[in-house]
Design a binder for this molecule. Structure first.
Ligand code: GDP
Length: 479
């Protein structure tokens, strides 16, 4: 059991329940129950259809339930014997379940009323409503998964592209945990040697070979930590998505580009109200990257207070974006307005999108200023869908540091992991420097302990309750 079990699992013994399937009508809806009363609650409200004597109520003891078995029957309100639904009951007996507790899943017909009536009956029989993520939290607290695997469960649910799903699946398998635990074990081994040397200073030479310790920390800790941090830089966009903003003066073709991009790839549509010219934000998949794209309201100076709100919002979006598609009209000379917009976005990662190539006969109607030469650029026609595929390739290329980044079998830390890895790297590097320069072992031990603590934060072996609650609050109810 996890060391946090006692403090966090204060609800010891309480049995939780929730509807585990999304709201709405569908083929099957599932009510999940977990905890020590899960089986007795099921017995209270479930009547098994029995091939030999259909009328007989099914009254098995706990032993009569076989784990990982489906039972066909009916949910019956014991007070008035009203049949609520014909169901399948999936029984998983501890520890062979998602939470490592007794789990019963009632597979009913999926309708709002029927599922809620059954849930009410389950709650009346002694369960309490689960909080968001509480089933997965129990799986973590009961030691079935570590925190990185729990986070991966959310990522699998939220994955918007095949690549982000691949990353989550690698993490759910525990690859991240294994990698972190290997580094941790190496550091722990060195820490033990250092502490022994502190206790027995006369035997230091026999206890620890400092050259070997330096080599191990350098090649098997620092280099691996750096590799993981690089993977974050290369791959976090695949997991977290890319925020793209289209900026340019009015009429250059921003909305046309947006519509073109969304025609095939539309996934989610969200409009952000609040201004006369609303910002339109959409999510699509470009070469496997989840891309959140925003068509901006404009960046010009204005005295109109309402328009000013839209422009302020545009600036916020640009500041928070990973990439700005800076759009100009290739059929006319550049204007002051183009240069003014450039000034506002020049510190962002940019692609210069020269639109309306269909009405440019030969060369462009304008010269690109010298200081724009380094910006990746592409000529397109949003209206006639020309070179939009190349634009997508360019978006993927400038966003991922490595081309053809292979998400499969690659551990990609999330931001929380990355920040802890940074700190662990700092402490491990300080420890190596300390050993090289003859710093007292007492101080080196502190560095190594810190490096280990940071790794424990990642797997959840050492974390405060607030952080854990924050992580699980990202889940939906029933997971
Ligand atoms: P926005 O104000 O930047 O969003 O620009 P719009 O997308 O509304 O386009 C302004 C005008 O330019 C419309 O009449 C579009 O049909 C036209 N337009 C957009 N893209 C192209 C293009 O690639 N070629 C041509 N010839 N016209 C375009």
């Amino acid at each position: 059991m996890n060391s946090l079990s006692i403090s966090l699992f204060g609800m010891n013994g309480s049995t939780i329940a929730a509807i585990a399937t999304p709201v709405g009508s569908g083929g099957i809806g599932i009510i999940r129950i977990s905890g020590e009363d899960a089986l007795s609650i099921a017995l209270n409200i479930f009547r098994r259809s029995h091939p030999l004597s259909p009328a007989a109520p099914f009254e098995p003891t706990r032993g009569a339930f076989k784990s990982c078995t489906l039972y066909h029957g009916y949910i019956v309100d014991p007070e008035n014997r009203r049949v609520l639904d014909e169901v399948l009951l999936a029984v998983m007996i501890a520890p062979n379940s998602y939470t490592r507790e007794d789990v019963v899943e009632i597979q009913a017909h999926c309708g709002y009323i029927v599922l809620n009536s059954i849930l009410e009956l389950v709650l009346k029989s002694g369960a309490r409503l689960a909080e968001p993520g509480e089933f997965t939290k129990r799986a973590y607290i009961n030691g079935r998964i570590d925190l990185t695997q729990a986070e991966a469960v959310i990522d699998v649910i939220n994955a918007k592209t095949n690549k982000s799903l691949e990353i989550a699946v690698v993490q759910i398998a525990g690859d991240m945990r294994m990698c972190i635990e290997t580094i941790r074990d190496l550091l722990l081994h060195i820490l033990i040697e250092i502490e022994a040397s502190i206790d027995f200073p006369d035997d230091t030479k026999e206890i620890i070979d400092t050259d070997v310790a330096i080599e191990v920390i350098q090649s098997k800790v620092i280099d691996v930590l750096k590799g993981l941090i690089d993977q974050y830089k290369n791959g976090h966009i695949l997991r977290d998505g890319l925020k793209v903003v289209i900026a340019g003066k009015p009429n250059v073709g921003k909305s046309s580009l947006m519509n073109r991009l969304l025609q095939k790839d539309r996934v989610i549509v969200t409009s952000i109200p609040g201004t006369t010219r609303d910002l339109i934000e959409e999510t699509l998949s470009i070469r496997g990257i989840p891309v959140n794209i925003t068509d901006t309201a404009g960046l010009h100076e204005t005295n109109d207070p309402i328009e000013a709100i839209g422009i302020k919002k545009t600036c916020e979006y640009i500041n928070n974006s990973d990439l700005v598609l800076f759009m100009v009209d290739g059929s006319c000379p550049l204007t002051n307005e183009d240069y003014e917009i450039y000034k506002k976005i020049k510190d962002k990662r940019l692609i210069l999108v020269i639109n309306k190539s269909d009405i440019v006969v030969d060369e462009l109607n304008f010269d690109i200023p010298d200081y724009w030469v380094k910006i990746p650029k592409i000529k397109i026609s949003a209206l006639y869908n020309e070179r939009l595929d190349l634009l997508k390739d360019l978006i993927a290329k400038v966003s991922l540091s490595e081309e053809d980044f292979d998400a499969e079998n690659t551990i990609i830390p999330n931001l929380r992991h990355k920040l802890a890895l940074d700190r662990s790297l700092l402490s491990a590097s300080s420890a190596v420097e300390g050993i090289k320069t003859g710093v007292p072992f007492e101080l080196i031990a502190i560095d190594i302990k810190e490096a280990i603590d940071c790794l424990d934060e990642i797997t959840g072996a050492a974390l405060n309750e607030d952080v854990i609650d924050q992580i699980f609050s990202r889940f939906c109810i029933g997971k």
